[in-house]
Design a protein. Structure first.
Length: 124
């Protein structure tokens, strides 16, 4: 089970790092305009905050276990990312982005699996 959890943690970390890059560092103009249309002047800062949270969450999935420092941060990061994905699901349901909703549901399930797995099944 430990190996399966590590594989899922690494896959999630890579996905959340790419999300951090596309939302925070290199958000395309269409995404920024859509966020500005929905949230006004808060659109760009909101994308930056999402990017920062996903970057820190992705790092929290792998670094504590790999370095054996503050290992309790891994299940916490996974649980917070799962909550963040619930917010993303709600947002994409409102926007009627069906393919993205499915991807968000998968990411939610994987993050919840890591949170439960690292708290209960195979803690560090």
């Amino acid at each position: 089970m430990n190996i399966a959890l590590w594989v899922v943690q690494i896959v999630l970390a890579l996905k959340f790092f790419s999300t951090a890059f596309t939302h925070g560092v290199r958000a395309n103009q269409a995404k920024v305009e859509r966020a500005n249309q929905r949230y006004g002047k808060m659109g760009r800062p909101l994308l930056t905050i999402i990017g920062l949270c996903t970057l820190l969450g992705g790092a929290g999935l792998v670094l504590p276990g790999a370095l054996r420092i503050l290992t309790w941060l891994t299940p916490l990061a996974a649980a917070l990312l799962a909550l963040m994905m619930l917010g993303a699901i709600k947002f994409h349901v409102i926007c009627n982005d069906k393919p993205i909703i499915v991807a968000d549901l998968v990411l939610f399930a994987l993050a919840a699996f890591v949170a439960y797995g690292r708290w209960v099944i195979a803690p560090f």
